[in-house]
Design a protein around this ligand. Structure first.
Ligand SMILES: CCCCCCCC/C=C\CCC/C=C/C(=O)SCCNC(=O)CCNC(=O)[C@H](O)C(C)(C)COP(=O)(O)OP(=O)(O)OC[C@H]1O[C@@H](n2cnc3c(N)ncnc32)[C@H](O)[C@@H]1OP(=O)(O)O
Ligand SMILES: Cc1cc2nc3c(=O)[nH]c(=O)nc-3n(C[C@H](O)[C@H](O)[C@H](O)COP(=O)(O)OP(=O)(O)OC[C@H]3O[C@@H](n4cnc5c(N)ncnc54)[C@H](O)[C@@H]3O)c2cc1C
Length: 675
């Protein structure tokens, strides 16, 4: 039976959630295909949970995720190859499509804390694709794609170094006599530490290590190394490998450690698309060295999409719960309202929904941009390639940083918006938050990535002073006009964010110059200007996110059904106004905006909350998350929150006996003074 409040919400909505779902899924066919695929898994009893996953031990969770993960991949592969037909070869698009099935809603529905085989596709196969020569791809790619004797991961980070990649200590020495590389972990801090799936799952890794040919240091390179025997799965001689232990979240990923002692691999297992070692020991850098970092760029790009889903999962749970939960009369003597009717509750939830929709538009744009840059890189026009790569790196770093930060923060706001019940593991905010906040750190820590973007921004700012043509993402730096507060509030807000960004970049540049004038070197000056540089990159991200959201929505809006276009326009506006208000410190620092104008934005913000209120439930229904994907007692479609909370408590293994054995062994002796 459906909760009556949710029934009422759905009946009175002015948008059709099905129309929204079709747009969200990329069309009716896509939506039907996704639902049919999900039902094949979610209705299959072999994918049911007997015991709540949160009640399993760390080891049991791992074993369960491997058992389920292999069944999942087997079934998914069959479905995917039928769908792809003859096109079932591994290229970038196919990989992204498949990876999305693993990490998007379907994968999430089966693995709330992720699973150890995910890295194989997102990082191992993608590295082979980006960094292997054609010959290497012929040898390895098809096997890897089909997991034929190969389960891989990506081993870059070490115990002592993660952010500063140049500081990695793993060594690969070339032995020309045997045409082999010898891999070594010279000390404790050189142990690889963190790679997902490394602990007990993977049998091959892409390893990043410092290449030495004789005495000559040839920089970091990537190597394909077998770490476990293909048949027995025992570690190869000289390999020391294991799991690093429980973490804040993502506890089924099997993150591992790895050390090498004189492990030999053939010469052709250095990934040689951009750099080669010839058999007689000559090192040739034939491509752009930075392409070694390509896998990181790929994952940063797709992470924006991953956290968008996590934020909207949490948003769906909080919205439905807030429509079911009734508490605290607004007017004395009146019935308790749905908590969603408290304006402050709307102000916690709706901006997160709007942010998720904005990330969706930006993530689509970013993926397209990434593909364009990859094509440019293939064209061998080195100047163009290097400019495009620099812009892609800068944009992807700040978007990944700000999106993961805001999504994690948003998920926690949504968790708190569900009061005490939001804290239950069965509400599932812990898993969702655990994944989102992991992304804040992995694939480039937040501050470290923002500093990368800031370097690019300062350079572009200096170019703008020289009247040079600027890349698309920063053309606004050429516009030095002041803010003219007009009728269009969205435009006022976006423009004031752009001005704040421009001025903050100018300030960061001035800080660097001041330090230089004091006689400090470039690096020390950058360090002392660090806070301003981070503020500049953050401000740029906000300006870019709002401008891109507005532009992308306007580009597609005419092709949408009017009700879908209407709600998306409200969400876009809410996102822009919310960003403006949250960044008010920066905005007011760099723009002349008076109290009346600021109030105008606040009033419109509150008006938008009221406009969205009647359609809130229909909107989150339109994201079309299956109950299994939400995995939450509070967020299920039928709204039977209290029944589910109680049923889940009753399933808890502790409640399977009326008296626990610890009563006899400890409590009773304590009460009888017999301890
Ligand atoms: C457990 C998981 C949770 C479950 C969820 C599962 C989801 C599954 C999906 C994914 C799983 C992800 C798993 C995570 C994997 C990892 O984390 S892998 C390790 C990632 N590590 C990092 O990202 C390290 C971050 N550090 C760096 O990237 C760099 O070292 C740096 C900080 C950017 C470099 O700084 P440095 O100043 O030392 O610069 P150089 O290296 O010398 O670079 C010189 C110039 O190059 C520019 N640059 C740097 N990187 C790039 C790049 N990628 N592309 C293009 N250009 C680049 C840099 O800006 C310098 O340019 P300039 O001199 O002109 O300014
Ligand atoms: C869940 C998870 C999964 C992961 N999966 C993988 C994987 O599959 N493969 C892999 O190779 N790695 C993986 N990693 C490792 C991850 O990429 C690194 O942890 C990440 O890049 C951050 O590096 P770090 O741990 O060295 O942090 P640190 O760099 O030590 O960061 C600590 C602090 O130092 C600051 N700091 C560091 N450098 C600077 C600087 N230059 N300027 C200013 N401040 C600085 C940071 O801002 C931060 O506040 C994973 C990590 C996590 C958490």
């Amino acid at each position: 039976m459906m909760n009556v409040d949710l029934q009422q919400e759905r009946a009175s909505a002015t948008i059709d959630s099905e129309d929204f779902a079709q747009w969200w899924a990329g069309g009716k066919t896509n939506l039907e295909q996704r639902r049919s695929l999900e039902s094949q898994f979610f209705n299959d009893p072999q994918f049911d949970d007997v015991i709540p996953a949160s009640c399993l031990s760390y080891k049991e969770r791992y074993e369960h995720s491997v058992a389920r993960g292999t069944q999942f991949l087997h079934k998914l592969r069959q479905w995917f190859s039928e769908k792809q037909g003859k096109n079932n070869v591994c290229d970038l698009n196919t990989l992204q499509e498949f990876r999305f099935l693993l990490s998007g809603p379907l994968g999430t529905g089966l693995f709330q804390q992720s699973f150890p085989l995910r890295l194989h596709f997102s990082m191992f196969v993608s590295t082979l694709l980006n960094q292997g020569t054609e010959e290497q791809q012929r040898k390895w790619l098809s096997r890897a794609w089909h997991m034929d004797g190969i389960i891989g991961t990506y081993a870059q980070t070490e115990l002592g170094h993660g952010s500063y990649i140049r500081g990695l200590e793993t060594r690969a020495d070339y032995d020309a006599e045997h045409e082999e590389f010898i891999l070594n972990t010279p000390n404790l801090t050189a142990y690889k530490w963190w790679p997902g799936g490394l602990g007990q799952t993977a049998n091959m890794v892409v390893v990043l290590g410092q290449l030495y040919v004789g005495e000559k240091h040839c920089g970091l390179q990537s190597f394909l190394v077998r770490i476990r025997d293909e048949q027995t799965h025992e570690p190869i001689l000289g390999v020391d490998v294991g799991d690093i232990g429980p973490k804040l979240g993502a506890n089924c990923v099997n993150n591992g450690y790895l050390g090498f002692q004189n492990v030999r691999i053939p010469r052709d297992q250095m990934l040689m698309k951009n750099a080669q070692v010839t058999s007689d020991g000559k090192f040739i850098q034939s491509g752009q060295p930075l392409l070694l970092y390509g896998t990181m760029v790929f994952v940063r790009v797709i992470t924006v999409r991953d956290v968008m889903f996590e934020l909207l999962q949490a948003g769906t749970i909080a919205t439905r719960y807030s429509a079911v939960r009734r508490q605290s009369p607004i007017e004395p003597g009146k019935p308790e309202p749905q908590i969603l009717d408290h304006l402050t509750q709307q102000a916690k939830i709706f901006p997160q929904l709007a942010r998720g929709v904005s990330y969706r538009l930006v993530a689509d744009w970013l993926w397209q941009f990434y593909q364009n840059v990859m094509q440019t890189l293939e064209k061998k026009d080195s100047a163009l390639a290097s400019d495009s790569l620099a812009e892609l790196h800068a944009v992807s770093c700040c978007l990944k940083a700000v999106a993961t930060q805001e999504a994690s923060e948003g998920i926690d706001i949504l968790r708190k918006a569900c009061g005490g019940h939001g804290y239950m593991a069965s509400a599932n905010f812990d898993s969702i938050y655990g994944l989102a906040t992991a992304a804040y750190t992995y694939e480039g820590e937040y501050t470290v990535l923002l500093l990368q973007t800031a370097r690019f921004l300062v350079r572009q700012y200096v170019d703008s002073l020289k009247r040079k043509i600027l890349p698309g993402s920063v053309t606004y730096l050429r516009d030095v006009s002041r803010l003219v507060w007009g009728k269009d509030l969205v435009e006022n807000c976006v423009r004031s964010l752009e001005i704040a960004s421009l001025e903050q970049i100018r300030l960061a540049w001035q800080c660097q110059k001041e330090q230089r004038k004091r006689g400090l070197g470039v690096e020390q000056s950058n360090n002392l200007a660090g806070r301003q540089l981070v503020a500049a990159a953050t401000a740029h991200a906000h300006a870019f996110l709002t401008r891109t959201t507005v532009r992308e929505l306007r580009r597609i809006v005419s092709g949408l059904k009017p009700s879908v276009a209407g709600i998306l326009t409200q969400l876009m506006e809410l996102f822009v106004l919310d960003t403006f208000l949250r960044q008010a410190g920066q905005v007011l620092r760099w723009n002349s905006i008076n109290g009346r104008q600021l109030r105008q934005v606040e009033q419109r913000f509150e008006q938008l909350l009221s406009k969205l209120r009647p359609n809130a439930v229909a909107l989150v229904d339109g994201f079309d998350f299956h109950d299994r994907v939400l995995g939450s007692t509070l967020g299920a479609y039928d709204g039977r929150v209290y029944e589910r909370l109680m049923a889940e408590a009753r399933r808890n293994p502790l409640n399977q006996e009326t008296v626990n054995s610890s009563f006899y062994s400890h409590l009773q002796p304590m009460m009888r003074g017999k301890l």
